[in-house]
Write a protein that binds this ligand. Sequence first.
Ligand SMILES: Nc1nc(=O)c2c([nH]1)NC[C@@H]1CN(c3ccc(C(=O)N[C@@H](CCC(=O)O)C(=O)O)cc3)C=[N+]21
Length: 303
Amino acid sequence: MATVIDGKVVAQTIRSEIADEVRLLSQKYGKVPGLAVVIVGNRKDSQSYVGMKRKACAELGIKSFDVDLPEQISQAELIKQVHELNANTDVHGILVQLPLPKHINEEKVLSEISLEKDVDGFHPLNIGKLAMKGRDPLLLTLVSKLCDPHYTKPACLELLQRSGVTIKGKKAVVVGRSNIVGLPASLLLLKADATVTIVHSHTSQPENIIREADIVIAAAGQPKMIKGSWIKPGAAVIDVGTNAVDDPTRKSGYRLVGDVDFEEASKTAGWITPVPGGVGPMTVTMLLKNTLEGAKRYIEQNN
Ligand SMILES: Nc1nc(=O)c2c([nH]1)NC[C@@H]1CN(c3ccc(C(=O)N[C@@H](CCC(=O)O)C(=O)O)cc3)C=[N+]21
């Protein structure tokens, strides 16, 4: 039976470290970190994620700047709002909740966020730096937030390392190649000296590749797509999938399932993250950690 990696516990440990540092910063400089959370429109899932982020800020003493914009806002107007946040010296991190409405070019908007305030690590230049040896992006929450701001310890990676799993020299397979998870996760693993293979929707027989993996990062967005029989005995399995499936027995009408068949895979894997309660809570935590790092850099430079 696999060791189940409890993302909530790891996240809580890191959150209390962040709260301590926020207190110190405030005592020393009379300033607190600020995170702007921008949401466009009223998608229910986005509102729920954004609500979690704002609540977590409040708990840790981070000031949240809430920017709620209408669905019909023009791209130019949204960019103007981003520029204002770039110029606001009380804001150390800016998050524009994705996805944006169809009429807005996400890439264009993300590339307007100042590099120092890019707490998601979604700015194209930061992604570019991630791809290059020896050049680290300023902040990287990724995978969201698989990553710790020292970049040597990506948060999946943080989750793996805190569980005693080494990455160097291991065979890692990333399932999915999205801009926000699969691709950056692959680059992070490569930086951590894994041998990395990416499988995606055009890969034939992905199961044969996944079976060789010491580390599996599941980020395909397909509920329970990865079967227990695809997992090499003893492998570490990090499930980044958060798929809502209908569940009439729940009050909400749905429940979250990962990309991995947890029941089956946990019989074979060495380590596995559950959904919910695995990578999700770390995502929010690393975002807050990056906001703290951004604030420290800014406040210390300007005092
Ligand atoms: N600019 C931007 N940055 C993001 O980081 C970003 C985004 N846009 N758009 C959407 C995705 C999704 N995402 C999640 C955050 C927390 C949980 C999370 O905490 N999940 C809980 C469950 C929460 C629940 O029960 O609904 C868990 O897995 O235990 C999941 C997913 C961040 N994203």
